[in-house]
Design a protein around this ligand. Sequence first.
Ligand SMILES: Cc1ncc(C[n+]2csc(CCOP(=O)(O)OP(=O)(O)O)c2C)c(N)n1
Length: 330
Amino acid sequence: MTGAGTKVHLTREHGLALLAQMLRIRRFEERCAELYTQEKIRGFLHLYIGEEAVATGVMETLTPEDRIVATYREHGHALARGISMNAVMAEMYGKAAGCSRGRGGSMHLFDRETNFYGGNAIVGGGLPMAVGLALADRMQDRAALTCCFFGEGAAAEGEFHESMNLAALWKLPVLFVCENNLYAMGTRLDLSEAETDIAAKARGYAMPAEAVDGMDVVAVEAAARRLGTEIREGGGPRFLECRTYRFRAHSMFDPQLYRTKEEVEAWTERDPIARLRAWLEEVRYLHAGDLDRIEAETADEVEAAVAFAEAAEWEPVEDLMTDVGAEART
Ligand SMILES: Cc1ncc(C[n+]2csc(CCOP(=O)(O)OP(=O)(O)O)c2C)c(N)n1
């Protein structure tokens, strides 16, 4: 993708790569939902279906040195960052070959190799961590940027306000990405927040902030790239609110009584995958067989990950207490 301003030029290759990445995330999670009902995956499971354009678009703009902090709805971020699907699936199963050695599960994916700091069950918990990582990078003269993903529900937490303030005060290299899907579990944004414009809250801390259509992967990527460049040039933190929607329930235990079928259907019409696909067809980037090929490759990757997780070992019982507490100092 080229073009830093409002005009974006997307090559066929890049357009197909974005489509393939979003499909990978979606098919992986659809399979996870099935595995959950079969009790292969236990504990909590929060699906990102509908929101794929956010992780996919933003992650395209980051370098390997950059750091990522995410929430408990982070399978998409982990996959888009480049953690292998095998390692993510094994983690979902709780197997020792998982990216957190089977100890984290769905909500605590972690990978040092890719600077992926998780995976955090605490709403807003990643925000101060992102500020700390960025402060450490600055103090140690590293050129990395920290990208912090969180939901709009986190904007109601004290940690959000403390993090905005310190990041802006110290001009830290953080890209805050708010995934505003309108609901915090069953609580609609306008029933819990007096100010529903989340980007405006960041501006209240003197941080440049903007909102983008989170169902449009190209728009997300363009905005993240532009804001990332400003951060890398020493401009201090930037805030990107992505207006998005989760098509599925909050987690696997949620009858969704707080929203209507019509509302879900209306958002489904804006499905980021269908939308990119339609655009790729319109500009004749999507050739006959492209979609079938991408779907087949994705299905193979997902099934290979399931086979990997099935065959992977459980942690030996004798290792159960390792890394649970700090070693006693003598
Ligand atoms: C500190 C804290 N308070 C409450 C919860 C319970 N909880 C889990 S998810 C959630 C909603 C968060 O919504 P949002 O931040 O908008 O993210 P989304 O689930 O929509 O992606 C809540 C309140 C929690 N995990 N941590």
